[in-house]
Design a binder for this molecule. Structure first.
Ligand SMILES: [Zn+2]
Length: 307
């Protein structure tokens, strides 16, 4: 809009480009909000499809893109909106219990990052600004100037700044590093190949998500950061489990197994396992219980140990 006003063009209240609403007038904001509502409707429909989380995630990513909702390269997406949308994506992609942690579905589960609104809000402005530099429209120094200016609260630089901060990253257009000092900084991220940049951003967001999850819930104690996130999905596939057992293992990996050791606080005090063992813990349920419940009978070589 600012561009349109700078040129002798008649500026309308809103511009829709490939389904993305641009502009900052109340009318444009209203239209943008409609996009997010459309997106929620679509996610609600995806939730009713009888497909697993991987396919639902692919559908969610594709359909949200179509709705223009995740095209957040050009404006700051409010943090609580993104968090809210993450819950919608979980609702659409995961048919398990509400206790599964979204972060684990994303980082150790089958959900593709492309279905995640917060990751789109992070990756897309970075990709956009990298292409701006590559095509020679602006230099890194000019982006740095906008970055440092307090006046630029809209636009892609502001969008990237906000998304990086939410991902626990500090720095500017010329260097990124984790605010907690972990990992290696990325020098000149906008000049790096897209794959390198995206991988760095995903791992930054993953770390921040997992640290937050560990702080929020005692269920996910220390050690969450040591989980082999890349390996988890491949590991499940290698087992070649029947679909029900694969789903049970997926649920266990995503923190979605409530045992009576926890449930005793709300189930009237029953901590015992139905098999008679005095306390149903995860250790008991998966490794010791003679009931053959859930994936208790699955050995790690993939064949039922007790067919
Ligand atoms: Zn038992």
């Amino acid at each position: 809009m600012a561009c349109a006003q700078a040129l002798p063009l008649t500026a309308k209240g809103e511009v829709k480009d490939l389904g993305v609403v641009h502009g900052t007038t109340p009318k444009a904001l209203e239209a943008a909000r409609h996009r997010w509502h459309d997106c929620c409707d679509r996610l609600g429909r995806i939730a009713r499809l009888p497909v697993g989380p991987r396919w639902a995630g692919l559908l969610a990513g594709a359909s949200a893109m179509g709705a223009g909702a995740y095209a957040v390269a050009g404006r700051v997406a409010p943090k609580n909106l993104l968090e809210g949308m993450r819950h919608w994506v979980k609702f659409a992609c995961y048919k398990g219990s509400k206790t599964a942690a979204y972060q684990l579905l994303l980082w150790v589960g089958d959900l593709t990052w492309r279905a995640c609104p917060a990751l789109h809000a992070l990756v897309r402005p970075a990709t956009f600004l990298a292409s701006v530099v590559e095509l020679g429209y602006h230099t890194i120094a000019e982006l740095q100037y906008v970055w440092d200016s307090a006046h630029h609260v809209v636009g892609p630089v502001a969008a990237l700044k906000a998304a990086l901060s939410q991902a626990g990253v500090r720095g500017g257009p010329a260097r990124w590093e984790m605010a907690d000092g972990s990992g290696k900084p990325l020098q000149q991220p906008l000049l790096e190949p897209e794959g390198v940049r995206n991988a760095w951003l995903l791992s930054a967001r993953r770390r921040t998500d997992l640290v937050r999850l560990g702080k929020k819930s005692r269920r996910f104690r220390a050690g969450l950061l040591d989980v082999d996130c890349e390996g988890a999905a491949a590991f499940r596939q290698r087992l070649k489990l029947p679909v029900d057992r694969a789903a049970a293992l997926h649920a266990a990996h995503c923190g979605d197994v409530i045992v009576n050791q926890q449930a005793k606080h709300w189930n009237g005090g029953v901590a015992a396992c139905p098999c008679g063992h005095p306390e149903e813990t995860r250790q008991h349920l998966f490794w010791e219980c003679p009931r053959g419940c859930r994936c208790g009978q699955v050995s790690w070589t993939g064949s039922p140990s007790n067919p």
